[in-house]
Design a protein around this ligand. Structure first.
Ligand code: PEP
Ligand code: MN
Length: 376
């Protein structure tokens, strides 16, 4: 099922000066000089489409710098007047929305810590009613697509049609190379549900460090995301927030210069013919996989019936371990990543168990149904 969002195209409210579309600026506005000087350097790169800065910062722990507050709106005004860059700021309450709109901020965004809370999102949505301002909604901190969608729907229901999503990765208990696991499949899922919804990637908060920003940016563009939001500070070493992940404006320009821009399709007939041929091969293999899956499930059903007749449990752990080890090793020999083979087998095995459980419980379910009928 596709999402029923009423959305205007991205280029009706933000135009990339140069590809890719790039929103950049400091994590936090700290001083008027820091913000305005950073904005000038960013504008001079000729790469940046809009200036970002946090002025109300929802921090994980109290006592950390919680943003400069409303005075930052004046600094943003000055930065825009001097550089011509449109501005964007995070809003987390109805009052923030009112103040930002009054100060003429061009684009608003909802942060990850707000998206998790439908009360907060609804308060923001209510304050947005009647405004014609673009809004970008970051994914929630936790990997929950419904929460992300719910926030987009609430904002859209308030009449905001200049809408985009920002993918900034998800919190996970396991520590990896990323500050926030990208979990690309969640962003891809959102794209398939709402093909018109622009998705902008925030490689800074996914990476948590400068080194990974280029890699994450390239991956986002290869997945056909519509733009990037990257934190940039005139001197990251002294940044008051997110110091490790901010880059200077010139480092940002280098990162962007190194990206390869690929198109979603081409008019080159030869390239298209070759792609069609390869896709046909994939289609044939996919059909075969589905066919074989159905055959496998039929056998699982037979096994289920057999186990039932002979009073054997559905799951025999030893047998499962054996299947897993053998197949994962076989997969490895054929260049399949062990994690992939394991996940695939778990999915197939889960469905087998579900089918066998159904068979085992047929009598119980049947008896329960009989009872209901008798009593009715
Ligand atoms: C930010 O953009 O500075 C920010 C706080 O991001 P997030 O809401 O993604 O944590
Ligand atoms: Mn930040």
């Amino acid at each position: 099922m596709k999402l029923d969002l009423n959305i205007q195209p991205l280029n009706s409210w933000i135009k990339a000066t140069k590809e890719p579309l790039l929103i950049a600026g400091p994590c936090s506005a700290e001083t008027e000089d820091q913000l305005v000087a950073t904005a000038h350097l960013l504008a001079n790169t000729g790469r940046v489409t809009a200036l970002r800065a946090g002025i109300w910062k929802p921090r994980t722990r109290p006592g950390e710098f919680e943003g400069i507050g409303s005075i930052g709106l004046e600094w943003l005004k000055r930065a825009k007047a001097e550089t011509g860059l449109p501005t964007t700021v995070e809003v987390a309450t109805g009052k923030h929305v009112e103040e930002a709109l009054k100060a003429g901020v061009d684009i608003l965004w909802v942060g990850a810590r707000s998206t998790v809370n439908p009360f907060t999102v609804q308060e923001i949505a209510d304050a947005l009613k009647g405004a014609d301002v673009p809004v970008m909604v970051k994914n929630p901190v936790n990997p929950d697509l419904s929460l992300w969608i719910g926030a987009l729907e609430r904002i859209n229901n308030a009449g905001i049609t200049k809408l985009a999503a920002i993918h900034r990765g998800f919190s996970s208990y396991e520590k990896t190379a990323f500050r926030n696991e990208p979990m690309w499949d969640i962003a891809i899922h959102l794209k398939t549900l709402a093909p018109n919804l622009p998705i902008i990637c925030d490689p800074s908060h996914i990476s948590g460090n400068r080194e990974l920003i280029g890699y994450v940016s390239q991956k986002a563009l290869d997945l056909d995301m519509q733009g990037l939001m990257i934190e940039s500070h005139i001197d990251p070493s002294v940044a008051w927030t997110d110091a490790k992940q901010q880059v200077t404006p010139s480092a940002l320009a280098d990162i962007i210069d190194r990206l390869t821009l690929r198109k979603p399709d081409t008019r080159d007939a030869e390239v298209n013919d070759k792609l069609t041929e390869l896709r046909n091969n994939i289609d044939k293999i996919d059909d075969l996989i589905i066919q074989k899956m159905a055959e496998r499930m039929k056998i699982a059903e037979q096994i289920g019936n057999y186990k039932k007749d002979n009073n054997i449990t559905i799951l025999q752990v030893n047998r499962w371990d054996e299947i897993l080890n053998k197949r994962v090793n076989y997969g490895k020999a054929l260049n399949l990543h062990p994690d992939f083979t394991e996940k695939l087998l778990e999915l197939i095995h889960g469905e087998s168990i579900r089918k066998q459980t159904e068979i085992m419980n047929q009598d119980i379910a049947g008896a329960a149904e009989d009872k209901v009928t008798t009593h009715a």
